[in-house]
Design a protein around this ligand. Structure first.
Ligand code: UT7
Length: 320
């Protein structure tokens, strides 16, 4: 026994930063960004908080599911960081939507949503919950250096949510962790504890919050998508051609296209919104689920596939 999805929701910032605006901030161009990534615009939080997007996405999912917040048994938020470190994000979502269940955050980089599905599935199997809300919400513009053209063009802010109930619709799951900080890092802000005064000399001085070796991450991403999709299909004992839609993590259109060609998947089975929203890390897949919900018919097979920092990745095959 695992879960079925009862409702989905998403929310994006009011302000969308387009490539033309970015090219006035750093040495780049619409042509470079579009041809190398497929991204045209991305949402940036201005006067809203991440909590506002999270609550909007959660309420949409609850409304679609026709479920009241006080009937939830658990809330899981996936995020690199909410508006504050403490309270953690899920606690503030719980308060804001009027739920009274327990709630916790998970940080698995871009892969958070798919990992949260596995945690939810384990809760259902152990009879610890009947209904779970997952909210994946990311404020990447908080971490980016808008002088660094190799990273600031890629990411956007956003939130996606799903309401799950006990059910039989998880067909298979393949998760990957390959711990490695040499190709992708998001470092923390340095505090101002005076280590040196007390004889310590270990204060890390981070000059850049988001750092990556783009080409290495690109190679990891393509391999991760291909391998985890093949493994998830094999585990469910189905052929990749039997899958109706693929919702891959939206990091770079070229990554998705390279994996699509390797796997021999028809173009119209790949869902994407990267052109408008950029890379919203762990919010990427639930944002797409909500955006494309009208396409999904009961019984269809959907493959949700992710990769990212950690390094991490994985695929979940679900029946709608
Ligand atoms: O969620 C997971 C997180 N990250 C990813 O998935 C990222 C994976 N990697 C990528 O998407 C790609 O590697 C990038 C989009 C980041 C970069 O594309 P690339 O085709 O691998 O470009 P590159 O790093 O090889 O750079 C090619 C050139 C360089 O100039 P030179 O050395 O050839 O003169 C860069 O300095 O493009 C330059 N460049 C830019 N030029 C204009 C790098 N960023 C930009 C930019 N605008 N924004």
């Amino acid at each position: 026994m695992a879960f079925k999805i009862l409702g989905v929701g998403n929310a994006l910032p009011k302000f969308m930063l387009d490539n033309q605006m970015l090219s006035k901030m750093v040495d780049t161009s619409d042509d470079w960004i579009t041809s190398r990534t497929g991204i045209k615009t991305r949402g940036i939080l201005t006067d809203e908080k991440l909590l506002d997007l999270s609550v909007a996405a959660a309420n949409k999912a609850l409304n679609l599911a026709n479920i009241k917040a006080d009937s939830l048994d658990l809330i899981i938020c996936t995020t690199l960081m909410g508006d504050t470190i403490s309270p953690y994000h899920a606690a503030m979502v719980q308060k804001s939507i009027g739920a009274n269940c327990h709630a916790f955050d998970m940080n698995v980089g871009c892969s958070g949503f798919v990992y949260a599905l596995e945690v939810a599935s384990a809760y259902f199997k152990s009879n610890l919950a009947n209904r779970i809300l997952i909210v994946s919400a990311e404020h990447m513009s908080n971490f980016l250096d808008y002088n660094d053209r190799s990273t600031c063009i890629l990411f956007g802010d956003g939130a996606g949510a799903v309401v799950l109930e006990k059910g039989e619709n998880l067909l298979s799951m393949k998760l990957i962790t390959a711990g490695d900080d040499s190709i992708l890092r998001v470092t923390r802000h340095a505090g101002n504890f005076p280590y040196e005064k007390f004889g310590f000399n270990k204060k890390e001085k981070s000059t850049q919050n988001v750092w990556m070796d783009g080409q290495q991450v690109y190679m990891f991403a393509v391999n991760c998508l291909v391998n985890s999709i093949q493994d998830a299909a094999k585990q469910a004992n189905i052929n990749i051609n039997e899958i109706d839609y693929f919702l891959p993590h939206q990091a770079n259109m070229r990554i998705i296209e390279a994996a699509r060609i390797k796997l021999g998947i028809a173009k119209d089975k790949i869902l994407s919104n990267i052109e408008r929203v950029g890379n919203t890390t762990s919010a990427s897949i639930p944002i797409m689920l909500a955006e494309y919900v009208s396409k999904f018919k009961r019984g269809m097979k959907l493959l949700l596939s992710t990769f990212g920092g950690g390094m991490s990745g994985g695929s979940a095959l679900i029946k709608w």
